[in-house]
Structure formats: C-alpha cells, structure tokens
Design a protein around this ligand. Sequence first.
Ligand SMILES: Cc1cc2nc3c(=O)[nH]c(=O)nc-3n(C[C@H](O)[C@H](O)[C@H](O)COP(=O)(O)OP(=O)(O)OC[C@H]3O[C@@H](n4cnc5c(N)ncnc54)[C@H](O)[C@@H]3O)c2cc1C
Length: 133
Amino acid sequence: MPRERFDLVIVGMGSAGMTAAEFAATLPIKVCGVERDRVGGDCLWTGCVPSKALLAAAHHAQAMRDEVAKLAPADVAGYERFLAASEAIYQVGFEQLGHVSFERWTDMVRVLPALLKLEGAQLQGPLTRTGVA
Ligand SMILES: Cc1cc2nc3c(=O)[nH]c(=O)nc-3n(C[C@H](O)[C@H](O)[C@H](O)COP(=O)(O)OP(=O)(O)OC[C@H]3O[C@@H](n4cnc5c(N)ncnc54)[C@H](O)[C@@H]3O)c2cc1C
C-alpha cells in the first residue's frame, strides 16, 4: 500500500472533527480525517439529531392526543389503545423483524406466533378491537 503524507491528520469525525476538516479544506494543506466508528459522531447518531427527532415525535403525539380529546373525548381511551397496539406492531415488525429476510416460507412460519400475538388477524368490522371505530 503506497504511503501518503499529510500536513494534518484529524482523529475522529464527530462534529468537532468535521468542523475542523471543513476549515482545513480551505487551507492549502493536505488533510486526512480518521474515524474508527461512524462518521458524524455523537451528535448525528445519539445526541443532537436523534434527540430532536424524538422531541418532534413526542410533540406530534401530544398534539394528536389533544385533538382527539377536543373533538371526540369518548375516543381518548381507544386512541391510547391504538397507540399501544401500534407500538407493539412496531416492536415486532420493525425492531425484531426489520432485518429478517423472508426468502423461505420457513422464515415466515418461524415468526408467525409473534405476528399472531399482535392480534392483527382478528380485526372485525371498523377497527373495533382497537377502539378506533
Ligand atoms: C442527547 C444529546 C443531545 C445533544 N444535543 C445537542 C444539540 O442540540 N446541540 C449541540 O450543539 N450539541 C448537542 N449535544 C452535544 C453534542 O452531541 C456533542 O457536543 C458533540 O457530539 C461533540 O462532538 P465531538 O466531535 O467533540 O465528539 P463526538 O461526537 O464524540 O465524536 C468523536 C468521534 O471520534 C471518534 N474517535 C474517537 N477516538 C478515535 C480514535 N482513536 N480513532 C478514530 N476515531 C476516534 C469517535 O468514534 C467519534 O465518532 C447533544 C448531546 C447529547 C448526548
């Protein structure tokens, strides 16, 4: 592997490293950025960006609750059940199975019990099981 020489090596491509790299790129020097994990660091992967996304999601969820309470107070409990059912479906469908490829029918059979537990197959009429009629 050919050896390269740099004027500046920035270790870590988090916010600080990327800012430094952006500035260094304006200088007439040869710069190298090194990252051992994920480019973006804490801010992108666990800090600023995800926390703002969570806050925005929580804000929207509360706004929706407030609207249901205002427009159809009798549906508030049903809406909470709907949210709980959605969360359970998300946990199984996305968190547990999102990475599973269903190339063989046996893959589907293996996860069927988890899917049946969600009671998605028992919906009768206009979503009466979740109370969102
Ligand atoms: C929940 C939360 C919310 C936040 N919200 C905000 C916000 O809204 N606004 C804000 O300004 N800040 C916010 N922060 C703070 C912000 O995330 C940090 O200030 C910022 O990530 C620091 O950047 P950094 O580059 O110094 O370090 P890091 O983001 O930790 O990056 C360091 C990088 O260096 C790499 N590294 C370390 N050692 C080596 C090595 N030996 N070789 C190669 N690579 C290496 C690491 O893998 C990592 O990618 C928040 C933090 C948290 C936890």
